[in-house]
Design a protein around this ligand. Structure first.
Ligand code: HEC
Length: 184
């Protein structure tokens, strides 16, 4: 038998199928949703095809985040997080904000989500791929509005996102306490 086993093959044999899945995730993300310059595009089909991580509701109409917040990610990202406690390279987190509708239902006074208004997107980058103000702290950061979902309207991570995400720094800049799907 050949004594020389290539390093990548050896790594695959030792860590099992998950590492193949994780590599596919990064390949898909950086092939499909991120261009050569680090421009991020909003995945269109997350709500119908990706696992739902959890929801937040900000009821105060004057609050900056007023609305229903639903967070989605790829199935491989959920699997990777459950196994290792960190999001794998290529994870995409999408937070969709929708308006709050309300009325009386047979369940009681109910609130539900209306039309999408804004999407916040984070893309995990373990390799420091881009020298860009939208890529920092191991993530790409982007923001899209319903009136033109093809345009990232975030100025930069530092100006648009950092201050608000600081409380989540110790959990990889993600508010993981709101995501029951990540728990084993
Ligand atoms: C006004 C404060 C605020 C700003 C500005 C902000 N975020 Fe957040 N973000 C939060 C909070 C708080 C949560 C979780 C709770 C919630 O949604 O109410 C969150 C959640 C998220 C999530 C879901 C995953 C997670 O981290 O829990 C994504 C994705 C996200 N933000 C991306 C961004 C990006 C990208 C920017 C900049 C373009 C940004 N956010 C700017 C406060 C903010």
């Amino acid at each position: 038998m050949n004594k020389i086993i290539p390093g990548t093959l050896l790594a695959a044999l030792m860590t099992g199928p998950l590492s193949a899945t994780a590599a596919d995730l990064a390949e898909q993300t950086y092939g499909r949703y991120v261009d050569q310059q680090g421009g991020i595009s909003l995945p269109q089909d997350a709500r119908s095809s990706w696992p739902h991580l959890g929801s937040w509701i900000v009821e105060d109409p004057d609050a900056p985040g007023h609305g229903f917040h639903d967070v989605y990610t790829q199935p491989e990202a959920v699997q990777g997080y459950r196994e290792k406690g960190v999001f794998p390279d290529g994870t995409i987190l999408i937070k969709e904000i929708r308006s709050i509708e309300s009325g009386t239902k047979t369940t009681g006074q109910a609130q539900w989500a209306g039309e999408p208004q804004i999407w916040f997107v984070m893309v995990k980058d373990d390799k420091g791929r881009f020298d860009s103000p939208h890529w920092d702290k191991g993530w790409g950061w982007a923001l899209y509005e319903a009136k033109d979902p093809s345009k990232n309207v975030s100025t930069s991570f530092a100006e648009t996102c950092q201050a608000c995400h600081l409380p989540a720094e110790s959990t990889g800049w993600v508010f993981t306490e709101g995501y029951p799907t990540l728990k084993k």
